[in-house]
Structures are given as structure tokens and as C-alpha cells.
Design a protein around this ligand. Structure first.
Ligand SMILES: [Zn+2]
Length: 257
């Protein structure tokens, strides 16, 4: 694959980085990322994933844009209120860069349909807001051998983790949270509140980690950091990193150990 002169111009600031380069940019153009959840994390993540020239995107969200989303879900505008998030995200993407190919789904992701939603992806970025969905996405990623960047945010704290449970010695998201949350347990931000820019920091940091994973082996941007969970504190501000160990009893990934 070679990049056209127009694409070389568009991504010139990437290509000049020794840590990305032309080979890295080609890798991004050949990559497919599934973004699950187009809310406070998925919106800014999608903006930077699309801006980085990732060639194929699959967007999944069953929700409709509400006026209260606009304080942090940066791809949506007042005109999108009442419209589906998935189709509104596709509209944003078409305006932003029509060279990128996009699949959208407005189905609610479940354990049954998650494998189809992420099929063919090189990486999944999950920014959904409940444990049942996150676990369904994680289990599907382990089964399909697809790396997962899982991100969450509330109030002034964000979390971004890189999981590759299909690899020996690497934890999956279920190793982190266990089985207790399989029930529908929505840790919604409606009651607790959330600073919009905090979702932006968490979402864009998730996009950065995703790009690192995609460029593994063709660039020197850094290791994916499997099993590392970065905790972002917006009040400090501060960031710390904890390590999630693979759970030998994990029912999603232990057989892959
Ligand atoms: Zn696991």
C-alpha cells in the first residue's frame, strides 16, 4: 500500500515523527478499529482515531443524542439531539474525512452479538458505561484474539487499560473486574456528574494507547503495556499506573494461558 500525495500531506506531521514514519502511517491506514460506545469517551477517541488516518472504523452505539450529552460528547451538535449516536457519528466522520470507511450499528451490544460487532477489527476501543457490556466486549475480544483498550470515566477520575487476554500471561478485562458485575450495573454519570474535559482527557488518552497498540512492530512509539491500567486524576492533576495480573481462574482467558 502506498499513500497518495493528498494523504501524505494530510498526515505529514505524523510521518515526520521517527516514532511513526511512513510505515506507521500505512499501518494506520490499513487498520480497522471498532469503537464501542460513542459517548464521553468514544466521541473524543473517535475524533483522534479518525484524525490519525485509521482506514476503517466500526461504530457501535444504541443510544440517541440527548441535550445533556453535549457538555462532553464532542462529535455531536445541537442539531443531532434526538438522532441516533451511531448515525450522527457517521455524519461527523463523513464531513471530517470521506476517505475513511465506516460501518455503524445502533444495536445494543450483548454477549450474543459482540463477536459480530468486533469481527475483523485489529483493535477494540470500549468506552461504554456499564460492566455487563464491557465484559461482553472483553470476552469477545479474548475469543477472537483482538486487543482491547477499555476506558471509563466518572467525576474527575479516568481509567484506561490495555488488555490482551488471548496472550499468555496477559490479563483480560474480566481478570480486572471479576464476574460480579455481569448483572446490568450501570455506573451512570447522571447522578454523580462529570467534568466534560475529564472525559476528553480520558478519551484522547485511550486513542493514544490504541495507536500505540496498532503501531506495535512497525514503529517505536512504545510497547502496548498489556495489563497496565492508567488512572487519570483530573484534580491533582496526576496519573498513576497499576498492573492487572492475569487471573488463573478467569473464565474468559484462563484457557488461553
Ligand atoms: Zn481474564
Amino acid at each position: 500500500m502506498t499513500l497518495s500525495p493528498a494523504r501524505l500531506d494530510r498526515f505529514a506531521r505524523h510521518i515526520v515523527l521517527p516514532e511513526v514514519g511512513g510505515a506507521g502511517q500505512v499501518r494506520l491506514a490499513q487498520s480497522k478499529v471498532a469503537v464501542i460506545g460513542l459517548g464521553g469517551i468514544g466521541s473524543p477517541a473517535l475524533q483522534y482515531l479518525a484524525a490519525s488516518g485509521i482506514g476503517r472504523l466500526a461504530l457501535v452505539d444504541d443510544d440517541v443524542v440527548d441535550v445533556s450529552n453535549l457538555q462532553r460528547q464532542t462529535i455531536f451538535t445541537t442539531r443531532d439531539v434526538g438522532h441516533g449516536k451511531a448515525v450522527s457519528a457517521r455524519r461527523w466522520l463523513a464531513n471530517f474525512d470521506d476517505a475513511l470507511s465506516v460501518d455503524v450499528s445502533d444495536a445494543r451490544i450483548t454477549a450474543d452479538n459482540a463477536p459480530a460487532m468486533i469481527a475483523g477489527a485489529d483493535l477494540v476501543l470500549d468506552g461504554t458505561d456499564n460492566f455487563a457490556t464491557r465484559l461482553a466486549v472483553s470476552d469477545a475480544c479474548v475469543a477472537a484474539g483482538i486487543p482491547l483498550i477499555s476506558a471509563a470515566v466518572g467525576r474527575f477520575q479516568g481509567q484506561v487499560g490495555a488488555f490482551a487476554g488471548h496472550l499468555p500471561g496477559a490479563a483480560c478485562y474480566r481478570c480486572f473486574v471479576g464476574d460480579a458485575f455481569d448483572a446490568e450495573d450501570c455506573d451512570t454519570c447522571a447522578d454523580d456528574g462529570m467534568l466534560g474535559a475529564m472525559a476528553g482527557w480520558t478519551g484522547t488518552f485511550a486513542a493514544l494507547q490504541a495507536i500505540k497498540v496498532l503501531l506495535e512492530g512497525v514503529s517505536t512509539l512504545g510497547a502496548p503495556g498489556w495489563g497496565q491500567l492508567h488512572i487519570l486524576d483530573g484534580l491533582g492533576p496526576a496519573m498513576r499506573t497499576i498492573r492487572i495480573a492475569k487471573d488463573p481462574a478467569c473464565r474468559a482467558c484462563s484457557s488461553a494461558a
